[in-house]
Ligand binder design. Structure first.
Ligand code: EPZ
Length: 418
Protein backbone atom coordinates (compact mmCIF):
# COMPACT_ATOMS: atom_id res chain seq x y z
CA UNK A 1 0.00 0.00 0.00
CA UNK A 2 1.24 3.49 -0.85
CA UNK A 3 2.36 5.98 1.77
CA UNK A 4 2.69 9.75 1.83
CA UNK A 5 6.05 11.25 2.83
CA UNK A 6 6.11 14.82 4.10
CA UNK A 7 9.06 17.01 5.02
CA UNK A 8 7.30 19.51 7.25
CA UNK A 9 7.96 23.05 8.32
CA UNK A 10 7.18 24.82 5.01
CA UNK A 11 4.62 27.68 5.09
CA UNK A 12 1.97 26.95 2.47
CA UNK A 13 1.97 29.70 -0.18
CA UNK A 14 0.29 30.15 -3.55
CA UNK A 15 -2.94 28.97 -5.06
CA UNK A 16 -4.73 25.72 -5.59
CA UNK A 17 -7.99 24.86 -7.32
CA UNK A 18 -10.56 23.10 -5.17
CA UNK A 19 -11.97 19.87 -6.65
CA UNK A 20 -15.66 19.02 -6.97
CA UNK A 21 -17.48 17.85 -3.86
CA UNK A 22 -17.50 14.15 -3.03
CA UNK A 23 -20.61 14.23 -0.88
CA UNK A 24 -22.53 16.26 -3.47
CA UNK A 25 -21.41 14.19 -6.47
CA UNK A 26 -22.27 10.77 -5.02
CA UNK A 27 -26.04 11.23 -4.45
CA UNK A 28 -26.35 13.07 -7.79
CA UNK A 29 -24.73 10.12 -9.56
CA UNK A 30 -27.07 7.71 -7.74
CA UNK A 31 -30.02 9.89 -8.81
CA UNK A 32 -29.15 9.57 -12.51
CA UNK A 33 -30.85 6.15 -12.59
CA UNK A 34 -34.16 7.90 -11.92
CA UNK A 35 -33.90 9.82 -15.17
CA UNK A 36 -33.76 6.98 -17.68
CA UNK A 37 -31.87 9.48 -19.77
CA UNK A 38 -28.42 10.84 -20.62
CA UNK A 39 -26.67 12.94 -17.98
CA UNK A 40 -23.45 14.91 -18.12
CA UNK A 41 -22.17 15.66 -14.63
CA UNK A 42 -19.47 18.33 -14.69
CA UNK A 43 -16.78 18.84 -12.06
CA UNK A 44 -17.16 15.33 -10.76
CA UNK A 45 -14.14 14.58 -8.56
CA UNK A 46 -11.86 11.73 -9.66
CA UNK A 47 -11.81 9.94 -6.34
CA UNK A 48 -12.15 6.34 -5.19
CA UNK A 49 -15.75 6.69 -3.94
CA UNK A 50 -16.89 8.13 -7.28
CA UNK A 51 -15.23 5.21 -9.10
CA UNK A 52 -17.15 2.82 -6.83
CA UNK A 53 -20.44 4.62 -7.54
CA UNK A 54 -19.77 4.40 -11.28
CA UNK A 55 -19.08 0.67 -10.92
CA UNK A 56 -22.46 0.30 -9.18
CA UNK A 57 -24.22 2.30 -11.90
CA UNK A 58 -22.63 0.09 -14.57
CA UNK A 59 -23.86 -3.01 -12.76
CA UNK A 60 -27.37 -1.51 -12.98
CA UNK A 61 -27.12 -1.17 -16.75
CA UNK A 62 -25.92 2.44 -17.10
CA UNK A 63 -23.34 3.27 -19.73
CA UNK A 64 -20.74 5.43 -18.02
CA UNK A 65 -17.78 7.29 -19.52
CA UNK A 66 -15.44 10.08 -18.51
CA UNK A 67 -15.59 13.03 -20.91
CA UNK A 68 -13.25 15.99 -21.04
CA UNK A 69 -15.30 17.90 -18.50
CA UNK A 70 -17.14 15.41 -16.40
CA UNK A 71 -18.78 12.07 -16.41
CA UNK A 72 -21.51 10.95 -18.79
CA UNK A 73 -24.12 8.58 -17.42
CA UNK A 74 -26.52 7.07 -19.92
CA UNK A 75 -29.25 5.62 -17.71
CA UNK A 76 -31.72 4.80 -20.49
CA UNK A 77 -31.42 1.07 -19.85
CA UNK A 78 -30.98 1.19 -16.09
CA UNK A 79 -32.71 -1.66 -14.25
CA UNK A 80 -32.33 -3.42 -10.90
CA UNK A 81 -29.60 -6.01 -10.94
CA UNK A 82 -27.10 -7.66 -8.63
CA UNK A 83 -24.60 -5.02 -7.53
CA UNK A 84 -20.96 -5.85 -6.67
CA UNK A 85 -20.72 -6.38 -2.91
CA UNK A 86 -17.23 -4.86 -2.72
CA UNK A 87 -18.53 -1.56 -4.15
CA UNK A 88 -21.57 -1.52 -1.85
CA UNK A 89 -19.47 -2.20 1.20
CA UNK A 90 -16.69 0.12 0.04
CA UNK A 91 -18.61 3.28 0.93
CA UNK A 92 -21.62 4.62 2.80
CA UNK A 93 -23.06 6.38 -0.25
CA UNK A 94 -24.07 3.14 -1.91
CA UNK A 95 -27.05 3.54 0.42
CA UNK A 96 -28.44 6.28 -1.86
CA UNK A 97 -29.17 3.59 -4.42
CA UNK A 98 -31.63 2.08 -1.96
CA UNK A 99 -33.94 5.11 -2.20
CA UNK A 100 -33.43 5.59 -5.92
CA UNK A 101 -34.08 1.93 -6.81
CA UNK A 102 -37.03 1.59 -4.48
CA UNK A 103 -38.70 4.53 -6.16
CA UNK A 104 -37.66 3.64 -9.68
CA UNK A 105 -38.04 -0.15 -9.73
CA UNK A 106 -40.25 -0.81 -6.71
CA UNK A 107 -37.85 -3.32 -5.24
CA UNK A 108 -34.28 -3.53 -4.13
CA UNK A 109 -31.88 -6.01 -2.56
CA UNK A 110 -28.51 -4.93 -1.30
CA UNK A 111 -25.95 -5.64 1.38
CA UNK A 112 -25.47 -3.22 4.28
CA UNK A 113 -23.27 -0.38 3.05
CA UNK A 114 -19.77 0.32 4.33
CA UNK A 115 -18.06 3.62 5.06
CA UNK A 116 -15.55 5.17 7.43
CA UNK A 117 -15.15 3.81 10.95
CA UNK A 118 -16.21 7.04 12.61
CA UNK A 119 -19.13 5.65 14.60
CA UNK A 120 -22.09 3.31 14.61
CA UNK A 121 -23.71 4.71 11.45
CA UNK A 122 -27.11 2.98 11.65
CA UNK A 123 -29.67 3.20 8.84
CA UNK A 124 -32.86 3.25 10.94
CA UNK A 125 -33.85 6.77 9.81
CA UNK A 126 -33.55 5.77 6.15
CA UNK A 127 -35.71 2.67 6.61
CA UNK A 128 -38.31 4.49 8.76
CA UNK A 129 -38.74 7.13 6.04
CA UNK A 130 -39.11 4.49 3.30
CA UNK A 131 -41.68 2.67 5.45
CA UNK A 132 -43.67 5.90 5.80
CA UNK A 133 -43.77 6.01 2.01
CA UNK A 134 -45.23 2.50 2.00
CA UNK A 135 -42.17 0.26 1.52
CA UNK A 136 -41.56 -2.95 3.42
CA UNK A 137 -38.20 -4.35 4.43
CA UNK A 138 -36.74 -7.58 5.64
CA UNK A 139 -33.19 -8.60 6.32
CA UNK A 140 -31.68 -11.98 5.58
CA UNK A 141 -28.02 -12.94 5.87
CA UNK A 142 -26.88 -9.32 5.87
CA UNK A 143 -28.93 -8.43 2.78
CA UNK A 144 -31.68 -5.82 2.95
CA UNK A 145 -34.71 -6.60 0.79
CA UNK A 146 -37.03 -3.67 0.13
CA UNK A 147 -40.35 -3.76 -1.66
CA UNK A 148 -42.58 -0.85 -2.57
CA UNK A 149 -45.68 -3.03 -3.00
CA UNK A 150 -48.07 -1.36 -5.42
CA UNK A 151 -45.89 1.75 -5.45
CA UNK A 152 -44.65 4.39 -3.00
CA UNK A 153 -47.14 6.98 -1.79
CA UNK A 154 -46.30 10.50 -0.64
CA UNK A 155 -46.48 11.02 3.14
CA UNK A 156 -45.69 13.44 5.93
CA UNK A 157 -42.33 12.42 7.39
CA UNK A 158 -40.75 14.04 10.40
CA UNK A 159 -37.07 13.16 10.82
CA UNK A 160 -36.42 12.73 14.55
CA UNK A 161 -32.75 13.59 14.01
CA UNK A 162 -30.97 15.56 11.31
CA UNK A 163 -29.37 13.14 8.85
CA UNK A 164 -27.79 14.08 5.53
CA UNK A 165 -28.00 10.60 4.06
CA UNK A 166 -31.54 9.86 5.27
CA UNK A 167 -32.77 13.20 3.90
CA UNK A 168 -31.15 12.51 0.51
CA UNK A 169 -32.53 8.99 0.42
CA UNK A 170 -36.05 10.14 1.31
CA UNK A 171 -35.95 12.75 -1.45
CA UNK A 172 -34.71 10.12 -3.92
CA UNK A 173 -37.62 7.83 -3.08
CA UNK A 174 -40.22 10.60 -2.76
CA UNK A 175 -39.68 11.98 -6.27
CA UNK A 176 -40.99 8.66 -7.61
CA UNK A 177 -43.84 8.33 -5.10
CA UNK A 178 -47.42 9.18 -6.03
CA UNK A 179 -48.54 12.44 -4.46
CA UNK A 180 -46.90 14.92 -2.14
CA UNK A 181 -44.28 14.20 0.51
CA UNK A 182 -43.67 16.75 3.23
CA UNK A 183 -40.34 16.15 4.94
CA UNK A 184 -39.74 18.09 8.14
CA UNK A 185 -36.53 18.00 10.16
CA UNK A 186 -34.65 17.63 6.85
CA UNK A 187 -30.86 18.15 6.87
CA UNK A 188 -29.88 21.53 5.41
CA UNK A 189 -26.34 20.61 4.35
CA UNK A 190 -25.38 22.10 0.95
CA UNK A 191 -25.05 18.58 -0.46
CA UNK A 192 -28.79 18.01 0.09
CA UNK A 193 -29.45 21.28 -1.68
CA UNK A 194 -27.31 20.19 -4.64
CA UNK A 195 -29.20 16.92 -4.97
CA UNK A 196 -32.55 18.73 -4.91
CA UNK A 197 -31.36 21.24 -7.52
CA UNK A 198 -30.17 18.43 -9.77
CA UNK A 199 -33.52 16.62 -9.47
CA UNK A 200 -35.42 19.84 -10.23
CA UNK A 201 -33.24 20.33 -13.30
CA UNK A 202 -34.37 16.84 -14.38
CA UNK A 203 -38.04 17.81 -13.95
CA UNK A 204 -38.80 17.09 -10.28
CA UNK A 205 -40.79 19.53 -8.18
CA UNK A 206 -39.22 20.22 -4.78
CA UNK A 207 -39.99 23.24 -2.65
CA UNK A 208 -38.18 24.54 0.42
CA UNK A 209 -34.72 23.68 -0.94
CA UNK A 210 -32.06 24.72 1.59
CA UNK A 211 -34.53 24.63 4.50
CA UNK A 212 -35.47 21.89 6.96
CA UNK A 213 -38.93 21.50 5.37
CA UNK A 214 -38.96 19.98 1.93
CA UNK A 215 -42.12 19.50 -0.08
CA UNK A 216 -41.72 16.99 -2.88
CA UNK A 217 -44.38 16.56 -5.51
CA UNK A 218 -43.76 13.02 -6.67
CA UNK A 219 -44.55 11.05 -9.78
CA UNK A 220 -43.21 13.49 -12.34
CA UNK A 221 -41.27 12.15 -15.30
CA UNK A 222 -37.55 12.92 -14.97
CA UNK A 223 -35.22 13.34 -17.91
CA UNK A 224 -31.43 13.38 -18.14
CA UNK A 225 -29.61 16.70 -17.88
CA UNK A 226 -26.29 18.53 -17.67
CA UNK A 227 -25.27 19.55 -14.17
CA UNK A 228 -22.23 21.01 -12.38
CA UNK A 229 -21.11 19.69 -9.00
CA UNK A 230 -20.04 22.52 -6.65
CA UNK A 231 -16.53 22.67 -5.16
CA UNK A 232 -15.82 20.63 -2.05
CA UNK A 233 -16.23 22.66 1.13
CA UNK A 234 -14.40 20.04 3.20
CA UNK A 235 -11.37 19.89 0.90
CA UNK A 236 -11.28 23.71 0.84
CA UNK A 237 -11.55 23.71 4.65
CA UNK A 238 -8.72 21.19 4.94
CA UNK A 239 -6.34 23.39 2.92
CA UNK A 240 -7.49 26.53 4.75
CA UNK A 241 -6.68 24.91 8.09
CA UNK A 242 -3.37 23.51 6.79
CA UNK A 243 -2.47 27.06 5.76
CA UNK A 244 -3.12 28.24 9.33
CA UNK A 245 -1.14 25.37 10.81
CA UNK A 246 1.91 26.13 8.68
CA UNK A 247 1.64 29.94 8.95
CA UNK A 248 1.09 30.53 5.23
CA UNK A 249 -0.98 32.56 2.79
CA UNK A 250 -3.04 30.85 0.09
CA UNK A 251 -5.73 31.39 -2.49
CA UNK A 252 -8.29 28.58 -2.58
CA UNK A 253 -9.60 28.90 -6.11
CA UNK A 254 -13.34 28.20 -6.55
CA UNK A 255 -13.76 27.55 -2.80
CA UNK A 256 -17.51 27.53 -2.00
CA UNK A 257 -17.16 30.41 0.47
CA UNK A 258 -20.88 30.84 1.14
CA UNK A 259 -20.94 27.28 2.50
CA UNK A 260 -17.85 27.72 4.66
CA UNK A 261 -19.04 30.34 7.11
CA UNK A 262 -18.35 28.33 10.29
CA UNK A 263 -14.84 27.38 9.17
CA UNK A 264 -13.96 30.91 8.05
CA UNK A 265 -15.25 32.34 11.31
CA UNK A 266 -13.20 29.76 13.28
CA UNK A 267 -10.09 30.74 11.27
CA UNK A 268 -10.73 34.42 12.02
CA UNK A 269 -11.09 33.64 15.72
CA UNK A 270 -7.61 32.08 15.50
CA UNK A 271 -6.30 35.34 14.08
CA UNK A 272 -6.38 34.58 10.34
CA UNK A 273 -7.46 37.04 7.69
CA UNK A 274 -9.90 35.59 5.20
CA UNK A 275 -11.16 37.46 2.20
CA UNK A 276 -13.66 36.38 -0.38
CA UNK A 277 -12.69 37.27 -3.95
CA UNK A 278 -14.05 36.44 -7.35
CA UNK A 279 -11.46 33.66 -7.78
CA UNK A 280 -12.20 32.08 -4.42
CA UNK A 281 -10.96 32.58 -0.86
CA UNK A 282 -7.74 34.28 0.23
CA UNK A 283 -6.38 33.13 3.58
CA UNK A 284 -3.51 34.71 5.47
CA UNK A 285 -2.38 32.98 8.67
CA UNK A 286 -1.49 35.21 11.63
CA UNK A 287 2.06 35.50 13.01
CA UNK A 288 0.83 33.79 16.18
CA UNK A 289 -2.17 31.46 16.23
CA UNK A 290 -4.72 32.15 18.96
CA UNK A 291 -6.65 29.34 20.55
CA UNK A 292 -10.37 29.51 21.18
CA UNK A 293 -12.02 28.19 24.34
CA UNK A 294 -14.30 25.76 22.64
CA UNK A 295 -14.95 24.24 19.23
CA UNK A 296 -18.16 22.22 18.82
CA UNK A 297 -19.14 20.26 15.73
CA UNK A 298 -22.70 20.79 14.63
CA UNK A 299 -25.06 20.14 11.79
CA UNK A 300 -24.91 22.72 8.98
CA UNK A 301 -24.40 25.66 9.17
CA UNK A 302 -22.32 24.80 12.28
CA UNK A 303 -18.69 23.64 12.26
CA UNK A 304 -18.53 20.40 10.20
CA UNK A 305 -17.58 17.16 11.90
CA UNK A 306 -15.53 16.31 8.78
CA UNK A 307 -13.05 19.07 9.66
CA UNK A 308 -12.86 18.39 13.37
CA UNK A 309 -9.68 16.29 13.36
CA UNK A 310 -7.87 18.72 11.05
CA UNK A 311 -8.86 21.64 13.32
CA UNK A 312 -7.69 19.68 16.35
CA UNK A 313 -4.26 19.21 14.78
CA UNK A 314 -3.96 22.93 13.98
CA UNK A 315 -4.96 23.86 17.56
CA UNK A 316 -1.75 22.22 18.83
CA UNK A 317 0.12 25.22 17.39
CA UNK A 318 -2.21 27.82 18.94
CA UNK A 319 -1.60 29.58 22.19
CA UNK A 320 -3.97 28.46 24.95
CA UNK A 321 -6.38 25.64 25.74
CA UNK A 322 -9.30 24.55 23.62
CA UNK A 323 -12.10 22.11 24.41
CA UNK A 324 -13.21 20.22 21.32
CA UNK A 325 -16.69 18.73 21.38
CA UNK A 326 -17.79 16.17 18.79
CA UNK A 327 -21.57 15.94 18.65
CA UNK A 328 -22.21 14.08 15.36
CA UNK A 329 -20.12 10.90 15.37
CA UNK A 330 -18.91 8.99 18.40
CA UNK A 331 -15.54 7.74 17.18
CA UNK A 332 -13.72 10.78 15.86
CA UNK A 333 -10.87 11.24 18.32
CA UNK A 334 -8.52 8.56 17.07
CA UNK A 335 -6.20 11.32 15.93
CA UNK A 336 -5.22 11.94 19.58
CA UNK A 337 -2.88 8.96 19.88
CA UNK A 338 -0.65 9.67 16.83
CA UNK A 339 -0.75 13.36 17.65
CA UNK A 340 0.53 12.68 21.16
CA UNK A 341 3.39 10.66 19.67
CA UNK A 342 4.24 13.72 17.57
CA UNK A 343 4.46 15.85 20.72
CA UNK A 344 0.90 17.26 20.82
CA UNK A 345 -0.53 18.09 24.25
CA UNK A 346 -3.91 16.49 23.76
CA UNK A 347 -6.17 14.69 26.20
CA UNK A 348 -9.40 12.72 25.82
CA UNK A 349 -11.94 13.89 28.39
CA UNK A 350 -14.74 11.54 27.44
CA UNK A 351 -16.01 9.91 24.23
CA UNK A 352 -17.27 13.25 22.91
CA UNK A 353 -14.72 15.73 24.26
CA UNK A 354 -11.00 16.35 23.98
CA UNK A 355 -8.69 19.11 25.12
CA UNK A 356 -5.78 20.59 23.21
CA UNK A 357 -3.16 22.80 24.76
CA UNK A 358 -0.65 24.78 22.75
CA UNK A 359 1.55 25.94 21.39
CA UNK A 360 3.82 22.98 20.80
CA UNK A 361 6.04 22.08 17.85
CA UNK A 362 5.17 18.70 16.43
CA UNK A 363 7.83 16.18 15.42
CA UNK A 364 7.63 14.01 12.34
CA UNK A 365 6.83 10.34 12.80
CA UNK A 366 5.57 7.26 11.01
CA UNK A 367 1.83 6.89 11.25
CA UNK A 368 -1.18 5.31 9.55
CA UNK A 369 -4.56 6.65 8.40
CA UNK A 370 -7.64 4.70 9.53
CA UNK A 371 -10.32 6.83 7.84
CA UNK A 372 -10.58 9.62 5.30
CA UNK A 373 -10.67 12.85 7.34
CA UNK A 374 -8.42 11.44 10.06
CA UNK A 375 -5.94 10.72 7.25
CA UNK A 376 -6.11 14.31 6.01
CA UNK A 377 -5.52 15.44 9.61
CA UNK A 378 -2.36 13.31 9.81
CA UNK A 379 -1.11 14.87 6.57
CA UNK A 380 -1.76 18.32 8.07
CA UNK A 381 0.19 17.33 11.20
CA UNK A 382 3.04 16.22 8.92
CA UNK A 383 3.05 19.61 7.14
CA UNK A 384 3.36 21.36 10.50
CA UNK A 385 5.95 19.00 12.01
CA UNK A 386 9.72 19.18 12.13
CA UNK A 387 11.39 16.47 10.07
CA UNK A 388 9.80 13.68 8.09
CA UNK A 389 6.31 12.27 8.59
CA UNK A 390 5.14 9.15 6.82
CA UNK A 391 1.41 8.56 6.51
CA UNK A 392 0.48 5.03 5.50
CA UNK A 393 -3.03 3.97 4.50
CA UNK A 394 -3.35 6.41 1.58
CA UNK A 395 -6.34 4.48 0.25
CA UNK A 396 -8.53 6.14 2.85
CA UNK A 397 -7.40 9.60 1.76
CA UNK A 398 -8.00 8.70 -1.90
CA UNK A 399 -11.68 8.20 -1.06
CA UNK A 400 -12.19 11.95 -0.83
CA UNK A 401 -9.14 13.86 -2.09
CA UNK A 402 -8.36 13.69 -5.81
CA UNK A 403 -4.64 14.16 -5.24
CA UNK A 404 -3.73 15.66 -1.91
CA UNK A 405 0.01 15.52 -2.65
CA UNK A 406 -0.36 17.39 -5.96
CA UNK A 407 -2.57 20.04 -4.36
CA UNK A 408 -0.24 20.62 -1.43
CA UNK A 409 2.84 20.64 -3.68
CA UNK A 410 1.16 23.46 -5.61
CA UNK A 411 1.17 25.32 -2.32
CA UNK A 412 4.90 24.66 -1.87
CA UNK A 413 4.73 21.66 0.48
CA UNK A 414 7.43 19.01 0.30
CA UNK A 415 5.16 16.02 0.01
CA UNK A 416 5.23 13.00 -2.24
CA UNK A 417 3.67 9.58 -2.54
CA UNK A 418 5.67 6.39 -2.58
C1 EPZ B 1 -22.78 12.40 5.65
O1 EPZ B 1 -22.82 11.13 6.27
C2 EPZ B 1 -21.42 12.55 5.01
N1 EPZ B 1 -21.24 11.46 4.06
C3 EPZ B 1 -20.34 12.49 6.08
O2 EPZ B 1 -19.09 12.72 5.46
C4 EPZ B 1 -20.58 13.59 7.11
O3 EPZ B 1 -19.65 13.45 8.14
C5 EPZ B 1 -22.00 13.45 7.67
O4 EPZ B 1 -22.98 13.45 6.60
C6 EPZ B 1 -22.37 14.57 8.63
O5 EPZ B 1 -22.24 15.80 7.97
C7 EPZ B 1 -21.77 11.56 2.86
O6 EPZ B 1 -22.41 12.51 2.49
C8 EPZ B 1 -21.48 10.44 1.92
P1 EPZ B 1 -25.75 11.56 8.83
P2 EPZ B 1 -24.18 10.49 6.73
O7 EPZ B 1 -26.77 10.59 8.43
O8 EPZ B 1 -25.24 10.88 5.80
C9 EPZ B 1 -26.97 9.30 12.88
C10 EPZ B 1 -16.85 12.20 4.85
O9 EPZ B 1 -15.78 12.08 5.47
N2 EPZ B 1 -27.88 8.46 12.08
O10 EPZ B 1 -26.03 13.01 8.69
O11 EPZ B 1 -23.94 9.06 6.95
C11 EPZ B 1 -25.50 9.02 12.56
O12 EPZ B 1 -25.05 7.88 13.27
C12 EPZ B 1 -18.14 11.63 5.42
O13 EPZ B 1 -16.95 12.73 3.75
C13 EPZ B 1 -28.74 7.62 12.71
O14 EPZ B 1 -28.78 7.53 13.95
O15 EPZ B 1 -24.37 11.22 8.12
C14 EPZ B 1 -24.84 10.30 12.98
O16 EPZ B 1 -24.60 10.28 14.36
C15 EPZ B 1 -17.95 10.82 6.64
N3 EPZ B 1 -29.57 6.83 11.95
C16 EPZ B 1 -25.90 11.36 12.66
O17 EPZ B 1 -27.14 10.65 12.54
C17 EPZ B 1 -29.57 6.89 10.59
O18 EPZ B 1 -30.36 6.16 9.95
C18 EPZ B 1 -25.66 12.15 11.39
O19 EPZ B 1 -25.36 11.25 10.34
C19 EPZ B 1 -28.69 7.78 9.95
C20 EPZ B 1 -27.85 8.56 10.72
Amino acid sequence: MDSIHIHGGVCLQGKVRIQGSKNAALPVLAATILTKGINLIHNCPKIADVYLMLELLRSLGCVVSWEEDGVRVDARNAAPNKMPVSAIKGMRSSLCLLGALLGEAGEVAMEYPGGCVIGERPIDLHLAAFRSLGAEFREENGIIYGNAGKGLMGAHIDMPRSSVGATENTVLAAVSAEGVTVLTGAAREPEVETLCKYLCRCGAQIEGIGTDRLVIVGGRRLSGTEFGVPADRIVAGTYLLACLGTGGAVLLEDAPVSHMEAVVSFACRMGAECQEAQEGLYVQAPGRLLSCDRLTTEIYPGFPTDLQSVALVVMTAAEGKCLIEETIFENRFRILEPLRRMGGKVRLIDAGKAEVEGPVFLNGTETEAWELRGGAALVTAGLMADGETIVKGCDYIDRGYENICRDLRELGARIYRV
